[in-house]
Write a protein of this length. Sequence first.
Length: 346
Amino acid sequence: MLKLTNVYYQYDEKPLLNGINLSVGEHEVVGLLGPSGSGKSTILRIIAGLVKPLSGEIRWNDLNLSEVPAHKRNFGLMFQDYALFPHQNVYENIAFGLKMQRLPKAAIHKRVELCLKQVGMLSFADRKVTELSGGEQQRVALARAIAPQPGLLMLDEPLGALDHTLRITLLEELRSILGENGIPAIYVTHDQEEAFFLADKVALLNQGIIIQFGEPDKVYRNPESLWTANFFGLNNILDGEDTGEGSVRILFPHAEYNFTLPTHIPSKRGQLVHIFFQDGVINQELHEDINYLNGTVIQNIFRGYEYELKILIEEKEEFTFHSIKSFPINQKVKIGYRNENLHFFL
């Protein structure tokens, strides 16, 4: 339904977006995930028609939006600060967009009531928005955004100002509301928990470039770059040297490990190779296709449903490991990894 092709944008003559290619399908929620300043909000403003790209194309159902003004695009945009009208009550805020569509009063009333019911605010219709809590204002802003039945809904860090407990509650409600309305949406956040919970697909954005795009579990489990692994906090990474003979050597003061370099990685003797180790097993039977590392347990924290272990590899590099089993401090362990659980980055 929505497709961005080679979109570039600069601010104060500095590049901000560098060839953005992104698509949002029918009834699909796409999470734009990345650090502050990566260009996430700018992408929304370009789609909404609030700013013009330097170059590139934005199409909606095969319609080129380059000459379509913002008020005719029928896109909903919800900001972090909610941007509610303080001089209007809850009902009037939600009805605003419907009045702009010049709908009959009866149709407006019916639609506002439905939206209020969806966000659990039916009894707040006459309340001043300045008297509402942050969570209540967020619900009103969401109701106002979906009331005109936009073709696309865009949410820019809508839960960023709320505390963790309230955020979790509203995330569940937001997921339900988006599903009920079937509106395709783009959800901007720097919080991977939010993106993974809501989105059908996530686009990882860094310095104006989409680093990786796909279903949340596949993106998380198959990082395609060192930046992606670091962004997700996947810190089980060791640096090695390409031997030039199809393998990577990792040297420690008292140990040496060699791992087979995948054929899709160009081999060059002496080049630095980063290896991300994923989903290892501790002290289990090792087979020929298992690579292992020697380590020592230095921390064991019970998280309620699992143990978080800190394991020092060869007395030098610290790994984080999650286990349903507890291991005593200072216990020597072997961590085994299958070949498919090793990710190599240059």
